[in-house]
Design a protein. Structure first.
Length: 154
């Protein structure tokens, strides 16, 4: 199985609740690698680029207000089937409905304030990664533990 990359954002509620380390730990415990990470303040312009498909929708002003309300932590996560694996770890969009054991199921209690964003497809991941990171911010590397987290034919 070829390695994939996905964009993960710890949203303002996750940052404010000091859950960054917990979320990073869950990602790494699953055997995925973090090859880029930074904290930043999302601007209205950045929000509009990221959520371009939602800008004209009635809920967008609240979404923009939330995502720009406090810093986020942006990460590029890499590994076999990283997009789908992260979507599983993250859980359902609504924290009240997300399964226990998922990030949103354990920490989220809202549809909007749901701790974390993860790309929904490889195509979305590529687009979103380009929005948040430049090539020189990415530190791809072969983890020594890589051979211990997935078979070579996966």
């Amino acid at each position: 199985m070829a390695s994939e990359r996905t964009l993960i954002l710890v949203k303002p509620d996750g940052v404010q609740r000091r859950l960054i380390g917990t979320i990073v730990s869950r990602i790494e415990s699953k055997g995925l690698g973090i090859i880029a990470m930074k904290m930043l303040q999302v601007t209205p312009e950045l929000s509009q680029r990221h959520y371009a498909e939602h800008v004209e929708k009635p809920f967008y002003p609240d979404l923009e207000g939330f995502i720009t309300s406090a810093p986020v932590v942006a990460m590029i996560v890499e590994g076999p089937e990283a997009v789908s694996v992260m979507r599983t770890i993250i859980g359902a969009t609504n924290g009240r409905e997300a399964a226990p054991g998922t990030i949103r199921g354990d920490f989220g209690c809202s549809r909007q304030m749901n701790m974390i964003h993860g790309s929904d497809s490889v195509e979305s991941a590529n687009r979103e990664i380009d929005i948040y990171f430049t090539a020189d911010e990415i530190c791809a590397y072969d983890a020594v533990l890589g051979a211990w987290t997935a078979a070579s034919d996966e």
